[in-house]
Design a protein around this ligand. Structure first.
Ligand code: PLP
Length: 419
């Protein structure tokens, strides 16, 4: 039933002997197998490429691993570009999907030869001024209104800050063609964390139709459609996982119905998945430090929202396993908390778990994406270590934990000590 952690208590204890809790641990085997499944689902498309959304798990060891599986990277900032450069990503292995873009970021992306994805019509002139219009360029589309699948509203693009209108897209393409651009991409991100297999096919349909229209009206060569991120994962035990083979097949159908008849069958499909690539293959491992009973029963962990913000920020569900007690009945109700001076610092509220003791080790599931990445230093809490559980069962520290020296590194204390 439900969700099983990818490591045992014994494996966790072996790591803890080296690296104290809390830490995020990633499952190399799971990451590789999943990446291969994605490649297989889109193998029908000659130019298919996944550009892993660096923001989801910005760790060079993870990026290298995905690079070995054939992925590129999707960067949104200067430092993400630097990290990708250090990992050996170059040119069109990099998608630069930013918004409210600073000059230095745009120039760095251009200098690295990344595919630049423009968030706004005004960025045409901006890009031209700061770096020049490249031969290949992408524009982000926002259809406005509501985005629905089978009458179910998935999200409201009309309320989102991203992308341009259709008329702006046409104008942008025309102006960039006049400035020498030859190959164009279309990008849109219309719904986040959807496990519905219909999301990508529905999005693809909209973007393929737009590709045909843009090609017919402007004469532009549409080289690729970037379906971006948004494919979700089952955070809850009763949710069903996305069937990526069915997703690939749904996109293929749309491709054959819309692009092939229009003679646009050289168009490549790109994705910028973050969550789908990594989330299930990360756990936050933490020790139960304290237990208290007042009006409710509390378990206090050595991890807090600074290590995993999603429950506090979005009220997100993250499954919790008490390691070594996988087979015991979940007959105790707890609020599982961290130690921030914020009452929303709760990983779970009224969660049924086995009877839990101080010193027990818990695995908080699905922290492989948007987990460590959203970490922060509130209450003087330090960012945790990251560990890779390798395919052969050994482990590797891929980022050490922060120390107080790291926390203080941006201060200059010398004036306090001057006489
Ligand atoms: C966040 C983001 C992604 C990744 O989203 P996931 O939900 O993690 O798949 C991809 N592209 C862009 C532009 C993003 O902002």
């Amino acid at each position: 039933m439900g969700k099983k952690p990818f490591l045992t208590l014994q494996q966790a204890q072996e790591i803890i002997a080296d690296v104290p809790t809390p830490f995020h641990v990633y499952d190399e085997k799971g990451i590789r197998e999943n990446a291969r499944k994605l490649m297989k689902a889109f193998a029908w498309n000659k130019g298919f490429k996944e550009y892993f959304a660096v923001k989801a798990t910005p760790n060079p060891y993870i990026l290298k691993l995905l690079q070995e599986e054939g992925c590129g990277v999707d960067c949104s900032s200067y430092t993400e570009l630097l990290m990708s450069e250090a990992c050996g990503f170059t040119g069109h292995d990099i998608m630069f999907s930013s918004n409210v873009t600073p000059v230095e970021d745009m120039q760095k992306a251009a200098q690295m030869g990344a595919i630049i994805n423009l968030d706004d019509y005004t960025h045409v002139e901006f890009l031209d001024k700061v770096a020049g219009i490249p031969e290949t360029v992408c524009c982000r589309y926002n259809p406005g209104g509501e985005f629905a699948i089978d009458n179910a509203i998935m999200d409201t693009p009309g309320e989102a800050k991203y992308g341009m209108t259709k008329e702006q897209m046409k104008q942008a393409y025309k102006e960039m063609m006049a400035k020498g651009a030859k190959h164009f991409g279309i990008h849109a991100f219309l719904a986040s964390n959807t496990v519905a297999n219909e999301y990508y096919p529905a999005l693809a349909r909209i973007l393929f139709q737009l590709a045909v229209e843009l090609h017919e009206e402007t004469g532009a060569h549409i080289a690729f459609v970037n379906l971006s991120g948004g494919v979700g994962i089952p955070y809850r035990p009763d949710q069903e996982a996305t069937d990526i083979m069915a997703v690939g097949e749904g996109v293929r159908k749309a491709y054959e119905e819309i692009l092939v008849p229009a003679g646009m069958d050289d168009l490549a499909i790109y994705t910028e998945l973050g969550r789908f690539m990594l989330a299930p293959y990360g756990h936050l491992i933490s020790t139960v430090l304290h237990q208290k009973h007042i009006y409710k029963e509390y378990l206090g962990l050595d991890a807090c929202a600074a290590n995993l913000m999603r429950p506090a920020m979005y009220g997100s569900y993250h499954h919790i396993t008490v390691l070594g007690k996988e087979d015991q009945p979940c007959d105790h109700k707890y609020d599982v908390t961290g130690g921030l001076c914020e009452n929303n610092d709760k990983f779970a509220i009224d969660r049924m778990l086995p009877k839990t003791e101080i010193g027990d080790i818990v695995a908080i599931h699905d922290t492989g994406a948007h987990g460590f990445a959203m970490g922060y230093n509130y209450n003087g809490k330090l960012r945790s270590a990251e560990v890779l559980l390798k395919e052969d069962g050994s482990h590797q520290l891929i980022r050490r934990a922060e120390t107080p020296e790291d926390y203080f590194a941006t201060f200059d204390f010398t004036p306090f000590f001057k006489k």
